[in-house]
Write a protein that binds this ligand. Structure first.
Ligand code: SF4
Length: 310
């Protein structure tokens, strides 16, 4: 949990950030995998698409995205009139990086009849090459909307693709990417942690391996996991997603116990942003994320087709 309020230098830093936020007419967004002290100063916390949609609804002139590059790109795609800042330009997504645009273009040429669905965790260029985008919460629904005789090329997460194929019963060709923070969780880890907490429910993200998902009581997006724990009467949960989620889980449910499925479920890129970098970014209005207009328009079409279905 954060200790910002007990730490005078941090408290001053937060004060300065809030003053600059006001001056810049900015909104601060934080993904739930961000460090707790960053989630605590954000105007909105949640998953990447939800955050971009919330920011688009505000009158803010500047969006500070505390997350990774594809998230800031998505915020720009939805709000091109706003300045979008990513406080640490090196914060990328190893999963999105498994699908470089040139390789995706070649694969699409090989499979001209396939419908292309890209997970929001992909670059703006890959989104622009896709027929539909999807999130981990709606991937099954999007796949089910495709006529069953069509093949679906699903980019970039193979585990989410397998989960979607299983639930939607559609013919899915998975891109072979994976998220290191989720793919690291093994069946052996689960067996070990379940022995320690036999009464706990196991909740995992669909970016986890199929053999891990098969053992879960619930498989869902970060928002799904947060809602599940708030609405369920069980007192103990084993959580199979990035450790940043423990911050909102504990905050929302002080009377419940949460155990990590593995202490190794950490996304290094998500931890690159700091309070100091947020302040610097607000002061200098850098680093800015801009998506070229042609790519932005095509990505927006793929996102809008998803929104129409859901
Ligand atoms: S947790 Fe996985 S999908 Fe999310 S930013 Fe990190 S590497 Fe990418």
């Amino acid at each position: 949990m954060n200790n910002t309020t007990d730490n005078p230098p941090k408290k001053n830093l937060v004060k300065e950030i809030l003053a600059w936020k006001k001056k810049r007419e900015a909104v601060i967004l934080a993904h739930v995998y961000q460090p707790g002290e960053i989630q605590d100063i954000a105007d909105f916390t949640g998953d990447s698409l939800f955050l971009s949609q919330q920011a688009a609804k505000t009158k803010a002139k500047v969006i500070v995205f505390c997350g990774v590059l594809f998230m800031a790109e998505t915020a720009f795609i939805l709000s091109p009139e706003k300045i979008v800042l990513l406080p640490e330009i090196k914060a990328g997504c190893p999963l999105a990086d498994t699908a470089p645009a040139e390789k995706v273009k070649n694969k699409i040429k090989e499979l001209p009849e396939a419908v292309v669905i890209s997970y929001v965790n992909s670059s703006a260029t890959v989104k622009s090459l896709s027929d539909y985008c999807c999130t981990s919460a709606n991937a099954v629904q999007i796949a089910q909307a495709i006529p069953s005789e069509r093949d679906i090329l699903f980019i970039p997460d193979k585990n989410l693709a397998n989960f979607t194929a299983k639930r939607s019963k559609q013919k899915i060709i998975p891109w072979q990417g994976y998220c290191p923070a989720h793919n690291i969780l093994t069946k052996e880890d689960i067996i070990k942690v379940k022995k320690l907490h036999p009464k706990a429910l196991l909740l995992v993200h669909p970016e986890c391996r199929p053999e891990v998902c098969n053992l879960a009581d619930y498989i869902g997006s970060t928002r799904g996991i947060i809602e599940f724990t708030s609405n369920n009467t069980a007192k103990e949960y084993i959580i199979g997603t990035e450790l940043g989620i423990f911050h909102p889980l504990k905050k929302n449910n002080p009377d419940k116990d949460f155990f990590p499925a593995s202490e190794n479920m950490v996304c290094r890129d998500m931890k690159l942003i700091t309070l100091e970098k947020i302040l610097c970014s607000l002061q200098n209005l850098e680093p800015r994320i801009i998506v070229p207009e042609e790519i932005r328009k095509k990505s927006l079409q793929a996102l809008n087709r998803m929104i129409e279905i859901t």
